[in-house]
Design a protein. Sequence first.
Length: 420
Amino acid sequence: MLGSVPLTAKAIEDYRPIIGDEAVEEILSLASGLKGAKVLHINATAFGGGVAELLSAMVPLMCDLGLDASWQVITGNDPFFNVTKAMHNSLQGMITQWTPEMWNIWSEVNRENASRFDEDYDFVVVHDPQPAGLRQMVEDSRGRVAGKWLWRCHIDLTEAQVEVWEFVRSYVQNYDVAIFTMREYVKEGLHGPKVHIVAPAIDPLSLKNVDIPLATVHEVLARYGVDPARPMITQVSRFDPWKDPLGVIDAYRIAKKHFPTLQLVMVGSMANDDPEGWAYYERTLRRAGEDFDIFILSNLNGVGNVEVNAFQSAAQVVIQKSLREGFGLTVTEGLWKGRPVVAGAVGGILLQVQDGVNGYLVQSVQECADRLVHLLEQPALAQSMGEAGREHVRKNFLITRNLRDYLRIFNQLSGYQPSQ
Ligand code: UDP
């Protein structure tokens, strides 16, 4: 068995006041023919990043609906996570020098994990490229695979380095289903699996997204020395070049000329599968220098879900200045808090930020700064944009919609037609 991730129970009925009766009934109906189905989600890390965030809500909800769902993580070493980080970057368009040794490291760790895969499931959902080799390697080691295998790709593949995608594709083509966030991410030449387009989503009842009292927000701000009486903007993201933390600081500096009391909170937890993160964290600290109105925080300062919630809720504007973004759960989180979001005009952000309606899409540091100033100058506009954003998320990007999409796919794969 791979490493099993412990989960906190969740109940679908708790979502009824948020999404309404019709949506809940549809989910119950879709789940009715799947009771007892064994579902396994596999990814590379139980902590940090969007996939872990999604699974911590999705898997307990599947269990609540009567599916026998679980979540396991593969085990890797530093060389493996260096390779998968390079793989992630190459698939997002960064040209990387690949050596036979790198392919071997990836294959070896996938093979080793496959050798510990010792149960049969009805549906195995493998997330992202790190464990994508499992299906093939389980088949190689056991001589067969049981159940349906789904590959869930959370990455923007539009500019993928060809040789890296071809390598991943050779493992993915034997899956039954491949799920992408946007139609544009689907590469030509993926002929085996049936392709589905499904956007990710957030859990409105998680500690990170549930409505919290103002007193809690203020308590968190006070704990980190952030002044609630002064304007504050925030970006919550791993320290990663694609998230452009340096560009965020540059944009803040321009905006600060107009708003000298402006504060910037940057939160970025370190994920286990992200060795590059430390180096970029240090670069971000250097760019911030001795500006005491810039707060660079992480899980090492005790910033967890409640704190992220508080910073997003307290911000006048949420920033997500990504240069590439598969989806951007942080954007969803910001919109759900009723904040306008100023974000890079890339990838899955385009599904979420409606330019001029619930935030602004930007292409440069200067544009980011201009939009920040525009919103800081007009709190009423910021407020109404934030309200539009919350409704956009309610309709399209809550975990219950994502759950419904999985149930539909499972039903299709098992040939079951629910009765409505
Ligand atoms: N996150 C967090 N603390 C951090 C940085 C990120 O809790 O310091 C969470 C963030 O709130 C979001 C997820 O990690 O839920 C990041 O997902 P996203 O899709 O934005 O980016 P990814 O890291 O998957 O590229």
